[in-house]
Ligand binder design. Sequence first.
Ligand code: BGC
Length: 541
Amino acid sequence: MSMQWWRGGVIYQVYPRSFADGNGDGVGDLPGLTAKLDYIHSLGVDAIWVSPFFTSPMKDFGYDVSNYRDVDPTFGTLDDFDRLIDKAHALGLKVMIDQVLSHSSDQHAWFVESRTSRDNPRADWYVWADARADGTPPNNWQSVFGGSAWHWESRRRQYYLHNFLTSQPDLNFHHPAVREQMLSEVRFWLDRGVDGFRFDACNFHFHDAKLRDNPPAESSGGFMVSSENPYRMQEHRYDNTQPENVAFFVQLRALLDEYGAASVGEVGGENALATMAQYTADGDKLHMAYSFNLLTPEFSAAHVRETVEQMEAKLAEYGGKGWTCWSTGNHDVPRVMTRWGKEHGGPSFARLVLAMLSTLRGSVCLYQGEELGLTEADIPFERIQDPYGITFWPEFKGRDGCRTPMPWRADAPFGGFSPVEPWLPMPHAHLTQAVDLQSEDRNSTLAFFRHFLAWRKRHPALQEGDIRFLDAAEPLLVFERTLGADRYVFVFNLGATRETWTFPAGLKLATVDGHALRGGALGDRRIDLAPHGGWIGRSCS
Ligand code: BGC
């Protein structure tokens, strides 16, 4: 490959609790994942990103780390991790792991010490502040998971900051020793052979040192936040995305460069596109920024076009070297087949979403189960695990619906995920989409994913080429990818009705085959599209 693997690469996200259970306790683990690496390899992806498997009390299912340098017993041991790396590398798969640097668990030894007094050696490792004169928290900052971002600690008679759960205290990145420590946690895994990292909530590393109040929001929206959540009512000017973070990324990148490792930073917030461009500019900070912008409930050709065009404009504004990682699903949002597909989300919709996502300019993150076309699961309240869902029930049911176990075998108990009842239910509807059934069916969604990703890999214009959108009326999305003399045109029908795109007179198009995308036909100066159909052509003009 002419470029670094991550530029234009495809990364498969594994949520290890729900991928494969190797020891039969109802929860997925590293040996289970290692046993399924051949399957992941068969998809034709370049890398896996494994959600956290570090020691944790699991209040936020691993995004609350109590020891950054070990594997939680639920998931296995460090030896299991070494075996995972060895097998992945033997298959030619890169391994990226999730690093949650912004906050730890309240059970991490650093916090246990920090909370005991105002003058212990780690007293300033977290963000502590006095109450206001009336006893209320130091400012108006809100937690992403609802309520004040401050929690009272009676031993210190002070509040500590938590941008997420109260059990996820925020590390104080203004303290040089904390920055050094977090870099050395990252180095630990580099020494163990990982190829890269996904940096969780990485625009939350720093907070405003003056603890200024956030202003009210002019428009609502942003990071992983449902409409019932008061977090949306503020502009998050001071609690995240502070300027000091940029210098930290330069330090982090220097460390990654020692090992040739790659990074993708999860960047939310009001001005996410600009922040993403800034954090990936100049080749001396993050390699890629993970976009939330296609994880939205909104779905239209205009939304996709505006998002990508605005991102491209921001990348250009910051010097043109930055890079995006696009995704339509992860472990935090309802599955795309339901979120965007609604009642129309069948196999042709799954094909359309993959084809569109993986032909945009950038890298791609696929979430486990998307290759099967899985829909969002409906979890009864008694089985809900996500604390975020418990807080906002019933208006918002949390994130469990996209975290249910992978269905491996249609006829096996619990879909072959585990011999015992899994930590989240195996949805009955998912069994008809199990891996074994789809592997035998040449027309399945899974077969299409494999075919399309292999086709994509053979076309350097899709990894490296420029992107330009052409005008077309909703629900059609039309763009070109160009590299040198190679010029491909993509026409996608995002709607559930038949559509026609009449193309400009000067354009000469020829159909490209071999990708298995269906539902588009070239006519006289027009492309006819079936519902959710797509067409790929070469531009000869
Ligand atoms: C992760 C979430 C997690 C949060 C706090 C996120 O962005 O993807 O699953 O709850 O960070 O760590």
